[in-house]
Design a protein. Structure first.
Length: 451
């Protein structure tokens, strides 16, 4: 880290930041209240609200959003004629999956091999800490030169749209000149990166029914239509022989222009097993940032343990379809539903239901805010030039904010580089990345204020 007062201040704050992240990670704040207590999410929300209050934020509030969760809002006034910057993060997290697969407990921040492990450490409780560190560094070095709004969401990982709808109902609340979404990540550790595109997504549940009830496979198998087999055929129709996504009517030949993703590096990042091929065609960047991608998230069918010799009468699956910028997620949903219905064999009864949607996003990288961020990252990452990358994931709020505030500049940065393994077991954050990005954000706010 180059020596400058802001960087020195952030470095001095890192031990306290680790303690704070430890406290925040300890909340099991999964916004699925059928599996995790609501009190855990509400506790995390209060922690964030208290932290903002301690930093001198005004109008700190727990916002009850329409999906039954809470987002946290606060406003820190700057100089009279200053610009306004909105800082975003989320405190809700993905479920820990198989807790037995974690080397250390998922909700206990644990240092190991130079990284801090715990669910939400990178995605996105670490983003909350990043914003706090940046603001503290500025306050210690001449003050915060812009008006700052902070919004910390409570249900981003569930995709239930609570904050999007709340923002639409209160359009003045989050209005800003520039919005920094702290929920993305560097292309790799040590390479400063802004995310310039996000794929959109749709979630569709498909159900297949063939019989009034399960039948003995010895007595009826061979003629009785098997709903599970029908579903397997439907799902297989969504991919070409090479694994490319093939939803009829949905283009899948776009090319990514910009930072490329080395195939061998991708294999390492994705932990692809030896001898297993990657799927799809084109460059890796094409496949993960600029083309549609279907994933079967789950199937309802009997587990192997305890299975009986039966022809299944019904089966269902949850399907995720990611779509690149330039494709409307609603139109893609209709194409996916039509494809599923058209490829259901044997006259089986099929029904589809959309249960979630987010539009893709493309940023204007020529804006003054991007120039200010490039200058800030050059200081925080000496010798490195800021890169532009896509992200296969979706942040539906981006499009809501872009629609509500069309003149606002939106930047996406964050802590979710490949080694972080977000959404997987053993999620972790690099404390060096937390430190450098906090410095970058502080310097960005200072540079942007005078641009």
């Amino acid at each position: 880290m180059s020596s400058n007062p802001v960087a020195e201040t952030v470095a001095s704050l890192m031990p306290g930041a680790k303690e704070e992240l430890t406290d925040l990670v300890a909340f099991r704040s999964v916004a699925d209240f059928d599996q995790f207590p609501r009190s855990e999410s509400e506790g995390a929300a209060r922690w964030v609200a208290d932290a903002l209050t301690a930093e001198g934020f005004q109008d700190v509030a727990l916002l009850d959003t329409p999906d039954g969760t809470q987002s946290v809002y606060g406003y820190l006034p700057g100089p009279a004629d200053a610009k306004t910057v909105l800082l975003y993060a989320h405190y809700d997290v993905q479920p820990p999956l198989d807790e037995a697969g974690w080397t250390t407990p998922p909700f206990e921040l644990t240092e190991r091999d130079g990284r801090w492990y715990g669910r939400g450490s990178a995605d996105c409780k670490g983003g909350v800490i990043m914003h706090l560190l940046a603001l503290r560094a500025l306050k210690a070095n001449g003050g915060v030169p812009v008006h700052v709004k902070v919004i910390v969401e409570g249900s981003e990982e569930q995709g239930t749209g609570g904050l999007e709808r709340y923002a639409e109902e209160h359009p003045d609340l989050l209005e800003a000149d520039t919005i920094v979404i702290g929920d993305a990540g560097n292309f790799r550790v040590g390479l400063p990166t802004v995310t310039s595109t996000l794929r959109g997504m749709t979630l569709v549940r498909v159900s297949v029914d063939t019989l009034a009830g399960n039948l003995h496979s010895g007595q009826f198998g061979g003629a009785a239509p098997d709903a599970l087999a029908a579903l397997i055929r439907v799902l297989d129709s969504l991919r070409a022989e090479d694994g490319s996504t093939t939803v009829e009517g949905l283009a899948s030949d776009s090319a990514w222009e910009g930072l490329q993703y080395d195939e061998e590096q991708f294999r390492q990042d994705a932990k692809v097993l030896d001898g297993v091929e990657l799927i799809g065609s084109g460059t890796v960047a094409d496949r993960i940032w600029s083309r549609p991608a279907v994933t079967v998230l789950g199937i309802d069918c009997p587990p192997v343990v305890g299975a009986t010799p039966s022809v299944q009468s019904s089966a269902r699956a949850l399907i995720s379809l990611r779509v690149p910028p330039g494709v409307d997620a609603g139109a893609a949903t209709k194409l996916l539903q039509a494809h599923l219905e058209a490829h259901t064999p044997w006259g089986a009864r099929v029904s589809t239901e959309q249960i979630g949607e987010g539009q893709p996003f493309r940023a204007d990288t020529t804006s003054p805010a991007y120039q200010a961020m490039a200058a800030a990252m050059a200081v925080a990452y000496p010798g490195q030039e800021m890169q532009y990358a896509g992200q296969g994931g979706s942040i539906p709020l981006c499009n809501t904010l872009a629609s509500l505030y069309p003149s606002a500049e939106i930047l996406l940065i964050g802590l979710s580089e490949p080694e972080a393994q977000i959404h997987a077991v053993n999620e972790s954050v690099s404390p060096e990345e937390l430190e450098r990005l906090s410095v970058a954000e502080a310097l960005f706010l200072r540079t942007y204020a005078s641009s």
